[in-house]
Write a protein that binds this ligand. Structure first.
Ligand code: SF4
Length: 344
């Protein structure tokens, strides 16, 4: 476990079951109604290497430089992580114009369009680029393909920070596609077609969209850029959903990979809920449920799962079983600007 992971994971709040919940469990037991007895923990879940790198960068800056430190967009899409940084002096902005000239700014893990970097340079901002290297790879692929004369089809969610950033590499040549249905509406193209994807998409849905693109443009060059962390977390939630009566996915609503995890669990035919933390769980969800599955999006510290696990134990869970589909060893070097000890 990295230092930044352990710092976030120490933050778990102590939790005790409210008297009304205890009374409800006793009532359910008295009525011989099923209460949770087993918890399946998806592995891997939570922090990925790109998130660790981004929050470590902001953490190091806040520890070594006077506040405020600016961050362009949420450093990662998690309310808890962002609020903790805000309390330490980080200021999150959606426009470079909001940042005073010469200030320190961190670019989020989702990446930004080249125009944003240019704007930041013009304001003489000292940039630390915390874009996940796997997102940077998609930017480089897109830039090169545009230079080589391809039309770019970018599969992803319109308006998501990552898609806005990637499309910004070649805005005049890029078309964003969300669903297979949209492929049918595309014009026949004379020139070559290059396909890239958002890193955090549903593996199954993206396969359908890519298949539709291949049908329409048989010569298209296709890069499926869904990252290892997204792929592994979806495989793990699928594995727990097959055995659970209910699946809980921890993460914020603007976290693409978190939202996809809930969809994958739901597509296995199980009730599945996304929550930011324990406080959003409705105890009524547990009625008649014996096996609960639990996972978390790639921007979620394990600290947020601890109170949920403690709560489930208090409700009757006696067996906690990790369901492991992959082990992850990926680590990324810190942003070069940090190693160099300054901005660029
Ligand atoms: S989810 Fe994938 S692409 Fe996004 S930050 Fe994590 S490793 Fe990088």
């Amino acid at each position: 476990m990295t230092a930044i992971q352990s710092r976030f994971e120490r933050g778990g709040a102590a939790h005790s079951l409210p008297p009304t919940a205890t009374a409800r469990i006793e009532r359910l037991r008295g009525e011989r109604m099923l209460v949770p007895h087993t918890l399946l923990l998806a592995e891997p879940r939570g922090f990925c290497a790109g998130v660790v790198r981004a929050i470590d960068a902001l953490d190091r800056l806040l520890a070594s430089e006077p506040p405020p430190i600016y961050a362009f967009h949420e450093i990662v899409h998690n309310r808890y992580v962002v609020d903790r940084f805000r309390s330490r002096g980080a200021i999150f902005v959606n426009s470079i114009a909001e940042v005073p000239e010469g200030a320190r700014i961190v670019l989020s893990a989702h990446g930004v369009a080249p125009a944003v970097v240019e704007q930041a340079r013009q304001r003489r901002l000292r940039i630390v680029d915390a874009t996940c290297p796997l997102v940077t790879k998609v930017h480089l692929e897109t830039r090169k393909a545009a230079r080589d004369g391809f039309e770019i089809l970018l599969v992803g969610h319109r308006g998501h920070d990552e898609i806005v950033g990637t499309a910004g590499e070649a805005p005049a040549r890029t078309t964003v596609l969300e669903t297979p249905d949209e492929v049918a509406a595309l014009p026949r193209r004379a020139g070559p077609v290059f396909v890239v994807t958002q890193t955090t998409l549903s593996v199954d849905d993206t396969a359908k969209t890519i298949s539709a693109i291949r049908d329409r443009y048989p010569d298209a060059q296709v890069r499926n850029d869904i990252c290892y962390a997204t792929t592994n977390r979806q495989a793990a939630v699928r594995a727990i959903a097959e055995r659970a009566d209910l699946v809980l996915v921890v993460g914020s609503p603007n976290s693409s990979n978190t939202v996809r995890l809930r969809e994958v669990a739901a597509s296995a035919g199980k009730p599945a809920y996304r929550v930011d933390g324990l406080e959003e769980i409705d105890p009524a969800w547990y009625e008649g449920v014996g096996v609960v599955g639990l996972t978390a999006g790639a921007s979620v510290p394990d600290a947020l799962l601890e109170p949920i696990i403690a709560d489930l134990r208090a409700r009757g869970v006696t067996r906690v079983e990790p369901v492991v589909v992959a082990s992850e060893t990926m680590e990324f070097n810190p942003p070069v600007e940090l190693d160099a000890g300054g901005g660029r």
